[in-house]
Design a protein around this ligand. Structure first.
Ligand code: AMP
Length: 209
């Protein structure tokens, strides 16, 4: 299955994509994680992406299209993949159509006020990308790899506002784009539900047995 996870920042794309990756054994391809890794490694691409990411703006289309195209050509994508955070503009979606065959675009819907509280309490492991929330995490270290958990700089309140505005203008049109192709499915995740309960909804929406 080649699946796209759509939805605003903080809707749970990364969390559900990781669970689905573990269940189906297909890779989760997160452009945000790839860009953060490039920033950490200090590559040219990472350095040029940094100012966009830290301002809550989108990195130019050509850059992300290039990294996704290369990534999807890898062997581990032959049996399917989960795109998490790509495409984020109609131009990216049109480019993706040229080199990939998407089966489903899953839109994870969640109210704006819930998103803001989620992002402000989000903590991440910069090594493996695992995400936690201050309200439920046990300790300050990643349970997978023991690295310290940190707040992403772009989860700061002012940047979050900008990311939501960018989402509304540049990314939300993808809902209509994929609906028009008959590929859109929407799951309403409940803020009060546990991750496992919301993941059960994701699975059901994707038609997994
Ligand atoms: P994420 O981890 O998916 O929330 O992405 C973090 C940041 O990386 C975004 O706010 C953008 O600055 C950048 N980014 C990630 N994916 C894309 C994309 N598909 N297009 C442009 N910028 C992206």
């Amino acid at each position: 299955m080649n699946v796209i996870f759509l939805g605003p920042p903080g809707a749970g794309k990364g969390t559900h994509a990781q669970l689905l990756m573990n269940e189906l054994g297909i890779p989760q391809i997160s452009t945000g994680d790839m860009l953060r890794q490039a920033m950490k490694a200090g590559t040219e691409m990472g350095l040029s992406a940094k100012r966009y990411i830290e301002a809550g703006e989108l990195v130019p289309d050509e850059v992300v299209i290039g990294i996704v195209k290369d990534r999807l050509a890898a062997d581990d994508c032959k049996n399917g993949y989960i795109l998490d955070g790509f495409p984020r503009t109609v131009k990216q979606a049109e480019a993706l159509d040229q080199f990939a065959q998407i089966d489903v675009a899953l839109n994870i819907a969640l109210a704006d006020e819930v998103i803001i509280s989620r992002l402000s309490g989000r903590r991440v492991c910069l090594k493996c990308g695992a995400t936690y929330h201050t309200s439920t995490m046990q300790g300050e270290k990643c349970l997978n790899c023991g690295d310290p958990l940190v707040q992403r700089r772009d989860d700061a309140p002012e940047t979050v506002k900008n990311r939501l505005a960018v989402y509304a203008v540049q990314t939300a049109p993808l809902i209509d784009y994929y609906a028009g192709k008959g590929l859109l499915k929407t799951v309403n995740c409940e803020p009060e539900a546990t991750v496992q309960e919301n993941y059960a909804r994701v699975r059901e929406t994707l038609g997994l047995k």
